[in-house]
Ligand binder design. Structure first.
Ligand code: UDP
Length: 236
């Protein structure tokens, strides 16, 4: 049976599952983009690596009691997810100053933030995903007060788990971006992906083990993602 394409993104294509209308198949693509798609390149093998990394992390999050959209990995490039309506927010959590945070506040990359800092960005390509605060979220009717509180609490809970897992494999979780969605029952669950495309990971020597390798032309992106996957596979 042919399945129906419902969304084509920068890193993934999304289809409605031919078996169940409440499920989607996410197909991870061999594409790397930056600057909202202004720079776009094919990177052979990246889709399979990110699918495996994200599947592994989401499986561990599910096991730790986090509600997520992840059901199972279907193949090298495909995973089965619960269908959700994505909340148009990029929830960014920072443990260490880097990237746009360092630029905005003139703070050197690598400075540890005593209390991890949570930021919201409005997911809107036409507006270049602007930085927004809780009051903007309310004004734009993206989430209500209770939902904002839940998103923040859940993101910090996820950070505590991820930080610990990456620490166990010699990587520091610098920052990351999450997306949440509402399932058929209106429950907020973690959606999208977790991969080196949307987080920063530094090894003990300070090497970038994430998409900054592509953004800053630091070498082979797939070599680095392969190392992250191999290390994650050693986690118990
Ligand atoms: N991030 C993302 N998608 C975006 C913007 C940021 O996944 O559209 C991730 C990024 O990989 C990093 C974190 O969110 O792990 C914080 O990114 P930052 O705001 O520093 O922006 P950048 O410097 O990557 O443009």
């Amino acid at each position: 049976m042919s399945r129906k394409l419902i969304y084509t993104g920068k890193a993934k294509d999304i289809y409605i599952s031919s078996e169940d209308e409440d499920m989607i198949v996410s197909v991870y693509k061999d594409q790397a983009t930056m600057l909202n798609g202004a720079r776009k390149e094919t990177v052979a093998g990246k889709g399979a690596l990110n699918n495996q990394i994200s599947s592994l992390i989401f499986e561990k999050l599910n096991a730790a009691g986090i509600q997520t959209h992840f059901i199972k990995q279907l193949s090298k490039n495909e995973q089965l997810n619960k269908k959700v309506t994505i909340i148009p927010l990029e929830v960014v959590l920072r443990n260490v100053a880097a990237g746009s945070f360092s630029k905005r506040f003139g703070i050197e990359e690598g400075i540890e933030l005593e209390r991890p800092i949570l930021e919201f960005y409005y997911k809107n390509d036409d507006l270049d995903d602007p930085f927004i605060n809780d009051e903007h979220v309310l004004f734009l009717d993206i989430a209500d007060t209770d939902e904002i509180a839940y998103l923040k609490k859940e993101t910090r809970r996820i950070n505590n788990l991820l930080k610990k897992w990456f620490e166990q494999i010699g990587l520091t979780l610098i920052d990351f971006k999450l997306e949440f969605g509402k399932d058929a029952d209106g429950r907020i669950i973690l959606a999208d992906e977790f991969s080196p495309d949307n987080c920063r990971l530094w090894d003990a020597q300070g090497h970038h083990m994430d998409k900054d390798v592509f953004r800053r032309d630091l070498g082979s992106l797939t070599d680095v993602y392969e190392t992250v996957l191999e290390r994650l596979q050693k986690l118990t």
